[in-house]
Design a protein. Structure first.
Lengths: 391, 173, 190, 160
C-alpha cells in the first residue's frame, strides 16, 4: 500500500504573486570611524546587497591634523616632530625623507657613519612597522596570539630606539645634518643579537600564520589588485610588489648609501592564490623583514667610528626653489615636495605624498563583489595608517 | 541573483578530494600553530612586567617630564623660541643696579632675574628640542612619567614654585 | 631630460606652450610649466606616448604664491631600466574661482589628489566624478592652505580656540609677543 | 535612609567590583592608540587590572580611553560614542593631543583643543605618546577615583 511519505514528484516552489513586486534595496553600512578593522579613524560607507558589497566609498579626514599648515609656521628643525607624527609606525622613515629633502636643498655633506646608521635605523623601523602590520592583520582575521608575538618583538625594537633617541614611538632622532646622538658598541651588539632572534621569529611566524589553512582561505584570491590597477592608482610598496612588479626605490632610484648593500626585493609570486591578492601582499612584507635583517647585518660590519653630525648653521635658511624627494617607506613610496623661499626660516610649502592615501583610493575598485568579511581582509592587507592618510 | 548588477562573489567549488585535503591541511596547520604557542608554557620566560611592583629602569636619555633647575637658568629664552609648540612661558627683568652677579654651575653670569618660568606639560610634545639649545643645561628631561591628573590645570608646572624647586635634589645630580 | 621633453610636448601638443624653467638653485629640481587649458590633452599624451611615457601620477600639490596659484602635477615612470620623474606646473591667476580640467579618466590616482587640492586651495576641477572635500568636513568654510586663510574661531558649536585653554595669562610674558611688539614699534618709527 | 554604615559598605563593595573590571572601548585615534595597544599586549599587560577586554561596541564598555588627536570632524562621533555607553561610564584622556590639543593646538584649524570640550573627562594622562606605564598609572588613578565614589548614597540619601 502506498506509504504515507510517497507523494510523487513534488511541485516546484511557487512564488506568491504579491512578493513579485517586492523591491529589495541596497543597505548602507558604515564601517565607521570607530571600527576594530579600520586600523584607525577611516570611515568606509559600504552599500551591501545582502552580504555582498555593491560599492564602497571611503570617507577620510577624521584625523586631519593640518600638518602642512604647521610646517609653514615652524622653522626647519621644529617641523621634524610633526613629520614624525605622519606615519607614527614608521617615524624614522618619515624623518629621513624630510631631512633628506632639506639637506638636498642645503647641500650639507652628511658624515659616512651617520649615513650608515640612518640606513640601519630605518631598516629596524621597517621591521617594527611590518611586525605591527602582521600583528594587526592577524587580529583583523580573528587570530589574537600573533598580535602578542609581534608586539613582544616590537617592544625589543622600541627599547633599542628609546636608549638611543629617548622616545618610544616618535623620536625626533634624525636631524638636519646627521643624527641626534650616536650608538654605543653595546647597543650595536644588542642590535646584532636582536637580528639573530628575529630570524628565528620570522620562521616561526611563517609556520604560525602564513601557512595556516584558515589564513590562506581568508586571504588567497581575495582583493586582487593587478599591476595595471596599481599603476592607475599610483600604488607603491608592498601593494605593487605584491602584484608582482619588482619596484623598490632602494634599488631603482638609490638614495643614501643603499647601493653599497646587496639585498633582493621580494615580490608576490602567487605561491598561494594569484599575485596581487591579500596573501601575496602579506607574504611580501614578511619576506622584507628577512631582507631588512640582511641589510642591518651588512650595516653593522661597515660601521667605523666617526662623527655623527655635520656642521649646520644655527638658523637654517634654504635657497629659493623646490625639491621632490622620494624614499621607500614600509607602507610604500613616500614623497615630500618642499618649496622654499629665499631667506625664510620656515618652509613655504611642504606637500607630503602619502602612500596610504593612494592605497585607500583603490578600495572602491576592489570592493564590488566581495563579501564583507573579505572586504575587511583587503582593507587590512593594504596596511593603512591614518596619520599619514589624513596628514 | 541580484538586480543591482553587483558582481557575484566567485568561489570555485572543489571536488570531494579537495574537501578532505582542505580538512586535513586545516587541522595540521592549526595544530602546528597551536603547538608553537603551547611550547610557551615551559619554553619561554614570562614577558610581562608587573608594572606597579616591578618598575623597568628607563634608559639614560629617556624623555619624560621636563624639569628646569631655576638656580642655573640665565633666562636666555632659547628654549621658548626652539619649542615647536610654544608651551614654555618665560619672563625676566633687569637686575637692579647694585645687585651682585651670581654664577651658574658652569660659570656663566646670571644678568637677568627670572620672574616666571612655566611649562604647560599638557601641550608639550616631549621632543627634546628645548633641552638641546639650553646653554647652561638646566632644562632637562627627567625620568618620572607618573603624573596623571584629575584636572587639566594640574599640568601647568611653575618651576619657581617652592614645591617644584624641591625636586631639585632628587633630579639634579 | 627636461629640454627633450619640452620639445616633444611642443611638437605634439602645440597649445600646451611648455616652458622649461631652470632650477633656481643647482641643488633644487627643474620643472616644466604648461598652459592650464591643455592639461587633459597633455596628460593623456604623457601617459600613452612611446618616446617618454609617464605611467604613474604621484601627487598633485598646490602652492599659493599670493599673486598666482600653482598646481604641480608630479608624474613618475615606473620602469626598471628607465625610471623618470617630472614636475609639471600649471599657473592659475584668478583666485576667486580657479578651475582646471580633471584628469581622472587618464590617471585614476588623480581622483583623491584633486579633491584634496580643491579642499585645501579651492581649485575646482570640472567633470570630476565625486567633487567633494576630502579632508575637511563638507560644510567647512574657506580653503585652509591658502596663505590668506584665517581659521574660524568655532565650528558648529565647538570652540577651536577656547580662551581658557590658550594660556593667555601666561602668554603676556611670552618672549615672541615681546619680540613682535618691539618689531612693530621699530617699523612704526621708521 | 541616612549615610550610615550599611550604605557605605555596600557602596564600597560595588566600587571595588566596578573598579576592578573596567572594560575599555577600542577607540584608537592616532599614535596614542599604538601605545594603548602596546599596553594591551604582552609586556605591559592591562589585563592584570581587569581592563584588558577591549570592547568593540560602546554598549558593553565602561571606560573610554580617548587615545589620539580629536579633530573637529571626529568630535561629534566622540560625543555620540560617549552617549551610547552605559552609565556609570568614565573617560581617560590619553596624550597631550586629547588633553589640550597637544602639538596641534596653535595652528591646527581642524583640531579640537582638548576632548573635555565634548565629553566630561575623569583622568588626564600626560605624554606624547604616554608610556604604557603612565597609561597604567592613569588607569590606577581612575580606580582610586572610583574607589571612593558615592553612587548609592547620592541616589538614596536625601541630604547627601
Amino acid at each position: 500500500m502506498q506509504s504515507r511519505w510517497d507523494i510523487g514528484e513534488p511541485e516546484p516552489r511557487t512564488i506568491n504573486k504579491a512578493t513579485e513586486q517586492l523591491k529589495s534595496e541596497l543597505l548602507t553600512l558604515n564601517m565607521g570611524p570607530q571600527h576594530p578593522a579600520t586600523h584607525g579613524v577611516l570611515r568606509i560607507e559600504i552599500w551591501t546587497d545582502s552580504e555582498v558589497v555593491a560599492h564602497a566609498i571611503p570617507h577620510l579626514g577624521y584625523l586631519h591634523r593640518c600638518m602642512e599648515k604647521h610646517s609653514e609656521n615652524m622653522d626647519y628643525r621644529a617641523v621634524i616632530p610633526f613629520v614624525d607624527r605622519l606615519d607614527y609606525l614608521a617615524a624614522m622613515n618619515m624623518e629621513w625623507n624630510y631631512v633628506m629633502a632639506v639637506e638636498k636643498m642645503l647641500g650639507t655633506e652628511v658624515p659616512r657613519r651617520a649615513e650608515l646608521l640612518r640606513i640601519m635605523v630605518a631598516e629596524l623601523q621597517r621591521i617594527g612597522s611590518h611586525l605591527m602590520a602582521f600583528g594587526t592583520y592577524a587580529l583583523d582575521l580573528g587570530a589574537f596570539t600573533p598580535f602578542l608575538y609581534a608586539f613582544d618583538y616590537r617592544e625589543k625594537i622600541l627599547r633599542l630606539f628609546e636608549e638611543v633617541s629617548g622616545a618610544r614611538l616618535l623620536y625626533n632622532y634624525y636631524w638636519i645634518g646627521g643624527l641626534w646622538n650616536d650608538w654605543t658598541d653595546d647597543q650595536l651588539d644588542r642590535v646584532a643579537h636582536f637580528c639573530d632572534e628575529m630570524e628565528e621569529e620570522a620562521k616561526k611566524y611563517h609556520e604560525l600564520v602564513s601557512m595556516n589553512k584558515i589564513f590562506v582561505e581568508r586571504t588567497a584570491n581575495v582583493g586582487v589588485m593587478s599591476v595595471q590597477d596599481c599603476f592607475d592608482f599610483g600604488a607603491t610598496g608592498p601593494v605593487l610588489r605584491g602584484a608582482g612588479f619588482k619596484w623598490d626605490l632602494r634599488k631603482n632610484k638609490t638614495y643614501g648609501l643603499y647601493n653599497e648593500f646587496d639585498f633582493d626585493i621580494p615580490i608576490g609570486t602567487g605561491e598561494q592564490g594569484v599575485p596581487g591578492d591579500c596573501w601575496n601582499r602579506y607574504i611580501v612584507r614578511m619576506k622584507e623583514v628577512v631582507e631588512s635583517i640582511k641589510i642591518i647585518r651588512q650595516c653593522l660590519e661597515k660601521l667605523e667610528p666617526g662623527s655623527v653630525m655635520a656642521k649646520v648653521p644655527k638658523i637654517i635658511k634654504l635657497p629659493k626653489g623646490e625639491v621632490y624627494v622620494r624614499t621607500e617607506c614600509p607602507r610604500g613610496e613616500l614623497g615630500m615636495h618642499l618649496v622654499a623661499q629665499e631667506g625664510e626660516k620656515s618652509p613655504y610649502r611642504l606637500k607630503v605624498k602619502s602612500p596610504c592615501f593612494t592605497h585607500v583610493s583603490m578600495l572602491p575598485r576592489v570592493a564590488p563583489g566581495q563579501m564583507i568579511a573579505d572586504f575587511v581582509a583587503s582593507v587590512g592587507s593594504i596596511d593603512i595608517v591614518l596619520g599619514e592618510v589624513d596628514r | 541573483m541580484n538586480n543591482f548588477n553587483t558582481p557575484a562573489p566567485h568561489y570555485e567549488t572543489g571536488s570531494v578530494k579537495d574537501y578532505f585535503s582542505g580538512l586535513y591541511k586545516g587541522i595540521t596547520t592549526t595544530a602546528k600553530g597551536m603547538w608553537i604557542t603551547f611550547k610557551y608554557v615551559w619554553a619561554v620566560k614570562p614577558v610581562s612586567i608587573e608594572y606597579p611592583e616591578v618598575r623597568e629602569v628607563l634608559p639614560e636619555r629617556s624623555r619624560m617630564r621636563l624639569f628646569n633647575d631655576v638656580l642655573n637658568c640665565i633666562s636666555c629664552t632659547q628654549c621658548a623660541m626652539a619649542c615647536p609648540v610654544d608651551c614654555i612661558y618665560i619672563a625676566s627683568e633687569k637686575l637692579p643696579e647694585g645687585a651682585e652677579i651670581k654664577k651658574t654651575s658652569n660659570g656663566q653670569p646670571i644678568r637677568l632675574k627670572l620672574t616666571q618660568f612655566v611649562i604647560d606639560e599638557a601641550l608639550c610634545c616631549y621632543c627634546g628640542l628645548c633641552t638641546t639649545v639650553c646653554p647652561t643645561e638646566c632644562l632637562t628631561h627627567t625620568h618620572d612619567y607618573e603624573f596623571s591628573q584629575y584636572t587639566i590645570d594640574g599640568m601647568k608646572y611653575d618651576y619657581l614654585a617652592p614645591d617644584v624647586i624641591a625636586w631639585r635634589d632628587r633630579i639634579v645630580k | 631630460m627636461h629640454k627633450e621633453l619640452v620639445d616633444l610636448i611642443n611638437s605634439n601638443i602645440p597649445e600646451a606652450k611648455a616652458v622649461f624653467n631652470e632650477a633656481t638653485d643647482p641643488k633644487a629640481d627643474a620643472s616644466i610649466t604648461v598652459e592650464a587649458s591643455s592639461i587633459l590633452k597633455l596628460a593623456s599624451w604623457l601617459r600613452t606616448n612611446d618616446h617618454m611615457p609617464f605611467n604613474v601620477l604621484q601627487c598633485i600639490s598646490g602652492v599659493d604664491y599670493l599673486e598666482y596659484m600653482e598646481v604641480c602635477y608630479i608624474l613618475a615612470h615606473f620602469d626598471l631600466n628607465t625610471p623618470r620623474e617630472l614636475i609639471l606646473k600649471v599657473k592659475l591667476t584668478d583666485r576667486v574661482n580657479p578651475n582646471l580640467d580633471s584628469i581622472v579618466e587618464v590617471y585614476p590616482a588623480a581622483d583623491f589628489q584633486e579633491r584634496e587640492c580643491y579642499d585645501m586651495f579651492g581649485v575646482s576641477f570640472n567633470n570630476h566624478p565625486d567633487h567633494r572635500r576630502i579632508l575637511c568636513p563638507d560644510d567647512w568654510k574657506g580653503f585652509p592652505l591658502r596663505k590668506d586663510y584665517v581659521p574660524a574661531k568655532d565650528y558648529n558649536g565647538m570652540l577651536v580656540y577656547p580662551d581658557n585653554k590658550m594660556n593667555f595669562e601666561d602668554r603676556e610674558f611670552i618672549v615672541r609677543q615681546n619680540m613682535i611688539k618691539k618689531a612693530q614699534e621699530k617699523a612704526s618709527e621708521s | 535612609m541616612q549615610d550610615g554604615v550599611v550604605l557605605t559598605t555596600v557602596d564600597e563593595f560595588l566600587n571595588w567590583g566596578r573598579k576592578n573590571s573596567l572594560w575599555p572601548m577600542t577607540f584608537g585615534l592616532a599614535c596614542c592608540a599604538i601605545e594603548m595597544m602596546a599596553t594591551g599586549a604582552a609586556k605591559y599587560d592591562l589585563e592584570r587590572f581587569g581592563c584588558g577586554a577591549f570592547m568593540a561596541t560602546p554598549r558593553r564598555a565602561d571606560m573610554m580611553i580617548v587615545a589620539g588627536t580629536v579633530t573637529l570632524k571626529m568630535a561629534t562621533r566622540v560625543k555620540v560614542l560617549y552617549e551610547q555607553m552605559a552609565e556609570p561610564k568614565y573617560v581617560i584622556s590619553m596624550g597631550s593631543c586629547s588633553n589640550k590639543g597637544g602639538p596641534y593646538w596653535q595652528w591646527g584649524y581642524h583640531v579640537l583643543n582638548g576632548v573635555d570640550e565634548v565629553v566630561p573627562v575623569d583622568v588626564y594622562v600626560p605624554g606624547c605618546p604616554p608610556r604604557p606605564e603612565s597609561l597604567i598609572e592613569g588607569v590606577m588613578t581612575l580606580q582610586k577615583k572610583i574607589a571612593n565614589e558615592r553612587l548609592l548614597r547620592n541616589k538614596w540619601v536625601k541630604h547627601a
